[in-house]
Design a protein around this ligand. Structure first.
Ligand code: NAP
Length: 281
């Protein structure tokens, strides 16, 4: 049987029509402006600038307002905290996105945690992570939540499956592990100190590549019939997993591009709408 393509682009496009209807309905109820996302970009990294632009474009497509704040490369932690605090106190702002990564002189964790949980629509705060991990209502970290939505949409069985995640970052690998655990998968979380990575990966029914190295995970480490999720995206249009030789022998896979990326953006705008619905309804 041919592998299922976990097409994030198609699902995100289909969902945008529903989100647009919800924005219209919310505005009709509240009589005010639509929910508003504030984005903060620090520095001049072109890839980050592109991601922020894609996010504000997505807001526009479904009728959300967005305001883009661009800060210089040499911004300090106190300066960034002041900006976040201002947005946090502004009742007209419903969601705050601080684009990751920030320049190295900034304490990113401290700045993430200055975002109030009610406006943490990208799911980056310790409070949000803790609540999500304990099964309490919270905005999920956008990339792993987007991956979970894609898996659920395609009815990929998760309970009892062995999920292996490569990468343990706060925005991706760790929350991914918690979400798959909550879905009753058995989870192995790998990182740069993991011994025998190929052997760990060979045991995966569900493999998530989230380490940020182009095609680092070789096709011959992946078992037949696995579900392959690739969060990476690198120049040349490749991900973290060597995908082409796998397409004929896995049960499902995310294309690169067009798999995980569109779902990340779609989850961010969905959670911004949810934050607006809470504040304005
Ligand atoms: P990150 O913060 O750099 O974290 C990378 C993780 O990979 C770390 O936990 C690191 O381990 C682990 N790692 C590095 N080299 C390894 C190796 N040789 N073997 C095993 N583990 C290794 O990266 P991130 O922000 O989570 O992003 C990961 C990837 O996802 C990147 O390609 C990024 O572009 C992509 N991404 C995509 C989206 C999207 O929307 N599509 C969103 C976010 C990120 P240690 O903890 O031990 O250092």
């Amino acid at each position: 049987m041919p592998a299922t393509v976990l097409d994030g682009k198609a699902l995100a496009q289909a969902t945008e029509a529903q989100l647009r209807q919800r924005v219209d309905a919310l505005q009709a109820r509240s009589g005010g402006p639509p929910p508003h996302l504030a984005t903060i970009l620090v520095g001049d990294d072109p890839a980050s600038a592109t991601y922020v632009r894609m996010k504000t474009n997505a807001c526009q497509r479904i009728g959300l307002e967005s305001a883009a704040l661009q800060l210089p490369q040499q911004t300090t932690t106190p300066e960034l905290l002041t900006q976040i605090e201002t947005l946090a106190q502004n009742p007209a702002i419903h969601g705050i996105l601080l684009q990751h990564p920030v320049p190295s002189q900034i304490d990113e964790r401290c700045c993430f945690d200055a975002i109030p949980p009610a406006k943490d629509v990208d799911g980056v705060t310790c409070t949000g992570f803790g609540r999500m991990a304990m099964g309490q209502p919270a905005y999920g970290s956008a990339t792993p939540r987007g991956i979970m939505r894609l898996l659920h949409h395609h009815a990929v069985p998760l309970a009892g499956q062995h999920a292996v995640i490569v990468g343990r970052s706060a925005i991706l690998g760790k929350p991914m592990a918690m979400m798959l655990l909550a879905a009753n998968a058995t989870v192995t979380l790998c990182h740069s100190h993991t011994k025998d990575l190929p052997d760990q990966i060979r045991r995966a029914d569900i493999l998530v590549g989230a380490l940020g190295k182009p095609q680092f995970i070789r096709a011959d480490w992946v078992k037949d019939g696995a579900v392959v999720i690739d969060a990476g995206y690198h120049p040349g249009g490749v991900g973290d997993i060597e995908l082409p030789p796998l397409i004929d022998r896995v049960s499902a896979y995310t294309p690169v591009p067009g798999g995980v990326g569109p779902m990340t953006i779609n989850t961010l705008i969905m959670q911004t709408l949810e934050a607006g619905e809470h504040a304005l309804a």
